[in-house]
Design a protein around this ligand. Structure first.
Ligand code: GDP
Ligand code: ZN
Length: 362
């Protein structure tokens, strides 16, 4: 029944070893391929199952971080009598992408896990700014995945070589590939990053061509799983779009909405500018913005010529952007809360009831 093995999904001897304790408890390993409203589609050696996360996991103190996400390896108690299977544990993640969620307190929300390689995709229909490359590289590196820069739409520019050279400098040793999903140029280079069990994800500005790349790399060659239909709550047939797909040609691809929403402002400015962060340790004030504050070691370095003033300028700009973004995000959260308030107590009660019910089920 199972057309792909766990090894094809990235299962390894190390994971097997770590899983021994769960196996002893009667749980089976699986990888999360889709998440939808706290119901997870999990690929196991016995095929794909729907599972929900166990109640005690939902309410654990670690909050969202403890919940399974696409790409996670999990320990599942498979139910054999007709009720829903349960995810009992999330195995330690090797790499993960996360974003900060504004709320009462800023929370880290993990959007994808166990990604080995991340394609940072740009479209050459726009000038690819070196600092955009730098910033996405910071995001990628923080995840633990190996970054690769992909310059798409090479068919649209006369001098793609020059764009590539400029990107090479910013990428500072990271591989840069020039491709076109339109003509197919360079796609075989991307194939080299796929191998059985290896997981690739895509990151980059909207419109860069990520969907087109996924289509090219996966296309019609999605592995048949024997079960490609699902039923929605009204009993209608809906097709299942997995967010982690196995390629017939080998390797896996993660394409989640969460990854798409990952934007530069999720990166702390300080991460992208660790040289400035180091200098900031010498500022008189701990909350120095390195703008007009007295005793600023960063400004002093600019004046002394030891910190490039162009780099300083982009730091100030990025910092302002981030502050602005956070403000807007907080405003949005507030509007949403207000709107939710307007919907009224009826909707809230229904929601609470639903929550209670799922709590009892698990
Ligand atoms: P995404 O937002 O990153 O997923 O980008 P899409 O894959 O949706 O592509 C955005 C637009 O760029 C679409 O209109 C695509 O047809 C177009 N596009 C994608 N790849 C190429 C390419 O290699 N060359 C050209 N000329 N257009 C492309
Ligand atoms: Zn300062």
């Amino acid at each position: 029944m199972s057309l792909i093995s766990l090894a094809d999904l990235g299962w390894s001897a190390a994971r097997e070893g770590a899983f021994a304790v769960h196996a002893a408890a009667g749980l089976v390993p699986g990888r999360v391929v889709l998440e939808h409203n706290h119901v997870f589609r999990v690929r196991t050696a016995e095929g794909e199952i729907l599972a929900e996360s166990a109640g005690r996991m939902k309410h654990r103190a670690e909050g969202r971080q403890a919940l399974p996400v696409v790409g996670d390896w999990v320990a599942v108690r498979i139910d054999r009598v007709g009720t829903r299977s349960q995810i009992r544990e999330v195995l330690p993640r090797v790499t993960w992408f996360s974003r900060k969620v504004a709320g009462r307190e800023t929370e880290e929300q993990i959007v994808a896990a166990n990604v080995d390689v991340v394609f940072i995709v740009f479209g050459l229909d726009m000038h690819v700014k070196p600092n955009a490359i730098e910033r996405y590289l910071v995001l990628a590196r923080r995840s633990g995945a190996t970054p690769v820069v992909v310059l798409n739409k090479s068919d649209l520019v006369d001098d793609a070589g020059a764009a590539r050279e400029e990107a090479d400098v910013a990428a500072a040793g990271v591989a840069v590939h020039l491709i076109s999903t339109r003509t197919g140029a360079g796609l075989t280079e991307l194939e080299t990053y796929f191998a059985p069990g290896r997981t690739v994800a895509l990151l980059g500005p909207s419109g860069a061509g990520k969907s087109s790349i996924v289509n090219r790399l996966v296309g019609e060659e999605l592995l048949p799983t024997g079960e490609v239909r699902d039923w929605d709550s009204r009993g209608r047939h809906t097709s299942v779009h997995r967010q982690l797909v196995s390629r017939a040609r080998g390797g896996l691809l993660i394409d989640t909405p969460g990854m798409r929403e990952l934007q530069l402002w999720d990166t702390d400015v300080a991460d992208a500018f660790d040289d400035i962060a180091a200098l900031a340790a010498g500022c008189r004030f701990r909350d120095c913005l390195h703008d007009r504050e007295p005793g600023c070691a960063v400004k002093a370095a600019v004046d002394a010529g030891t910190l490039d003033d162009g780099r300083y300028a982009s730091f100030i700009k990025l910092q302002a952007e981030q502050v602005d973004m956070e403000k807007r995000r907080d405003e949005r959260a507030l509007t949403e809360a207000k709107r939710a308030g307007k919907i009224g107590s009826k909707a809230l009660k229904a929601l609470q009831k639903e929550r209670q019910k799922s709590g009892q089920d698990s």
